[in-house]
Design a protein around this ligand. Structure first.
Ligand SMILES: [Zn+2]
Length: 149
């Protein structure tokens, strides 16, 4: 699996977002600097492999990556959208931290996050049980100014 976290190093300061996070389509501010923490989402699960021939039990790590449907500028109602594996997220503990964000579909225990201004999304997801929100770094703009450009 390619590790592209280095690409984002310049956006991270003490584990948090250095710059303003904006919508890629309408430049609306989504998060202000230092309001989200960088998360490399990698849930490791161990599956048990019983190798009967050798009479040994091995544990094989399996990495689970969040599959987010492709971004679109209009609200989609596809039942089976194409997804993309995303591992780098800005984690936000409190929904009130967001400047500008909306919800679209609820899928299982998660709600997709969209830009509240232009409805582009999903830019990430909200995990209902933990109340944590995750914004995909690849789906937002990192900017020095809060001005619309
Ligand atoms: Zn927008």
């Amino acid at each position: 699996m390619p590790d592209c976290s280095e690409y984002y190093q310049t956006e991270i300061s003490e584990g948090r977002n250095k710059r303003v996070i904006k919508c890629k389509f309408c430049s609306s501010v989504i998060l202000t600097p230092s309001s989200a923490s960088f998360t490399r989402l990698e849930v490791r699960k161990y599956i048990c492999l019983n190798l009967i021939i050798f009479h040994v039990t091995m544990y094989e790590p399996v990495i689970i990556i969040y599959k987010l449907p492709h971004i679109r500028q209009t609200k989609g109602s596809e039942s089976d959208p194409e997804t993309e594996d995303i591992i780098h997220f800005w984690a936000v503990e409190d929904m009130m931290t967001f400047y500008n964000v909306g919800f679209s579909n609820t899928v299982g225990n998660t709600k997709y996050l969209t830009c509240a201004d232009c409805e582009a999304g999903p830019i990430g997801y909200h995990d209902i049980p933990s109340k944590m929100s995750y914004v995909a770094l690849s789906r937002v703009l990192h900017s020095n100014s809060t001005e619309k450009n």
